[in-house]
Design a protein around this ligand. Sequence first.
Ligand SMILES: O=C(CO)[C@H](O)[C@H](O)COP(=O)(O)O
Length: 292
Amino acid sequence: MYKMQKKDQKQIVMPYGGVIMDVVNAEQAKVAEEAGAVAVMALERVPSDIRAAGGVARMADPTKAEEIMNAVSIPVMAKCRIGHIVEARVLESLGVDYIDESEVLTPADDVYHLRKSDFKVPFVCGGRNLGEVARRIGEGASMMRTKGEPGTGNIVEAVRHMRQIQAEIRMLTGMSEDEVMTYAKNIGAPYHILLDIRDKGRLPVTNYAAGGVATPSDAALLMELGADGVFVGSGIFKSENPEKFAKAVVQATKNYQDYALIAELSKDLGTAMKGIDMNTLAPNERMQNRSE
Ligand SMILES: O=C(CO)[C@H](O)[C@H](O)COP(=O)(O)O
């Protein structure tokens, strides 16, 4: 257990090379489980539909989480709005396995994130750089994910965030304690968490990549760059053949350096989700900018 987490807080145990899939109903949850997903994320809509709908995106109807929990035996996550203490408590009372305090929903609090160490249910949070990651761990997050740009089918932001975090960790490992202190000040990160990351040479919690995965090769690329696993939302159920894409993404993530296998998995998959060019998305349309 990481020291910022409560003694009686459950832990998130996710395997290396695992895939967590966004699902909006029992049928999709079963597709994810059959494909080999290690967990599902219960949502009202996948991120590309949230993006298209606009307006305020809130925690899903509890019936949705219950329907999905009843359909599968793998862990079920659900999203609450950033800083929404009551949505988080409601999800905890429903018995979801993990909560994602997520920028995919519109934030409830634009200053404070949840004090996650106050909860029994463990949390996953998003980060674009080491400052964000260390702050979320300091608040008690049990797992991290890079943010990417959800719902775009464009991997470029997920790549940017994974590279950024890995580069900062590599830089940190060469720092003396006085250098870590100044770095902590500069990036607004808790000093003791940076010291721990420096000593371990990696994050103290599992870090999956998320946001924009649309093909088996996208998922493998994020593993290649240092992810422990991947989240895939829109890329599965907005593709032409969700069952095939789901299985292919799971296999490619697990076997991310088996390029011949990834070639086979990529054949005759059907059309991937339509992507969005980042140049067409203004800063205020980017979910990743909703928190820091
Ligand atoms: O927020 C998430 C992780 O908790 C989503 O599952 C993830 O970002 C999905 O993005 P995309 O739809 O682009 O795959």
